[in-house]
Write a protein that binds this ligand. Structure first.
Ligand code: NAP
Length: 230
C-alpha cells in the first residue's frame, strides 16, 4: 500500500514510518527536518521487507506545492495519517496571533487542505486518520496553557466527522485518534518533566494496526487512546 504520513521526522510519525516500511508498504514521509528524512530513507533502503520510504521536505504551515512531485509518482494513496502537530504552551492571555495561527495552521488548516489536495489520489477504500488529542475531546480534563493546542485538536475531531458525512457515498474511512500522553519531544514541551508510560513505538504499533485493519468497520469516529492523565 501507499502511505502518506505527516510529521515523520520524530516521535510517533518517525516510528510509524518505519513500521509501515517494515511491513512492506511504501511510505511518503513528510516533515521539515531533512536529516531525519534522510535517515528514514536509508532505513527503507536497508529494510529486509519490500517497503520503501521517500522523504518529502515540506513546511506544513505554508504551501503544499512541494508534495506535487511525490504525487506525480503515486498512483493511489491507501492511507493518509495527518500526524504533524504544533504546540504552544502559554497562558491564554499571552498567546500571540502568530502563535495561534501557527498552531491552527499545522493542526487543523493543513489537514483540511491536505485532504482536499489528496482527494483525487485516494484509493476507493482509503483510510484517513487525523491524529487528535485527548485534550481535544469534549468533557475530558483540560490543562492551563493548552487553549490553542487543545481547541485546534477539538476542531480536527469535528472535521473528521464532517468529512465522513460529506463522503458518505464513497468507501473512504475518516477517523480521529485522540492520543493521551506519549513520551516524545512534544510531551516534554506540554508537560515538562512528566514521564509517560507509553512509548512512541507502542503508540505507532497501535496506529499501524488501526490504519490497516479498522477502515472497513470504524468510520467517522474519534477514539480516545489514553492510558493516563495527561
Ligand atoms: N506525544 C503526546 O503525548 C501526544 C499527545 C496527544 C496528541 N499527540 C499528537 O500526536 C502527533 C505526533 O506527536 P509527537 O508527540 O510525535 O510530536 P513531535 O515529536 O513533536 O513531532 C511532531 C512532528 O510534526 C512535525 N511538524 C511540526 N510542525 C511542522 C510543520 N510546520 N511542517 C511540517 N512538519 C511539522 C515535526 O517535524 P519537523 O519539525 O521536522 O517539521 C515532527 O515530525 C501530533 O499531532 C500531536 O499533537 C501527541
Amino acid at each position: 500500500m501507499n502511505i502518506f504520513i505527516t510529521g515523520a521526522s520524530r516521535g510517533i510519525g518517525f516510528e510509524l514510518s518505519k513500521m509501515f516500511c517494515d511491513q512492506g508498504h511504501n511510505v511518503i514521509a513528510i516533515a521539515r527536518t531533512k536529516t531525519r528524512l534522510d535517515e528514514l530513507e536509508n532505513y527503507g533502503n536497508m529494510s529486509s521487507g519490500f517497503g520503501k520510504i521517500r522523504g518529502v521536505h515540506c513546511d506544513l504551515s505554508g504551501e503544499l506545492s512541494s508534495l506535487n512531485e511525490a504525487l506525480e509518482k503515486t498512483d493511489e494513496i491507501n492511507v493518509l495519517i495527518n500526524n504533524a502537530g504544533a504546540l504552544v504552551n502559554k497562558p491564554f492571555s499571552k498567546i500571540s496571533s502568530s502563535e495561534l495561527e501557527k498552531v491552527y495552521q499545522v493542526n487543523l488548516f493543513t489537514p483540511f487542505r491536505l485532504i482536499q489536495k489528496l482527494l483525487p489520489f485516494l484509493a476507493k477504500d482509503a483510510h484517513i486518520i487525523n491524529i487528535g488529542s485527548v485534550g481535544g475531546v469534549n468533557g475530558t480534563q483540560k490543562f492551563p496553557g493548552l487553549s490553542a493546542y487543545s481547541s485546534s485538536k477539538g476542531a480536527l475531531s469535528i472535521l473528521t466527522e464532517c468529512l465522513q458525512a460529506e463522503y458518505a457515498d464513497f468507501n473512504y474511512a475518516f477517523n480521529c485518534l485522540a492520543l493521551g500522553a506519549v513520551q516524545t519531544e512534544m510531551l516534554e514541551e506540554a508537560f515538562p518533566g512528566y514521564e509517560a508510560d507509553v512509548s512512541p513505538q507502542e503508540m505507532a504499533k497501535y496506529i499501524y494496526n488501526f490504519a490497516v485493519n479498522s477502515g472497513p468497520i470504524v468510520r467517522g469516529k474519534t477514539i480516545v487512546l489514553s492510558r493516563s492523565n495527561p
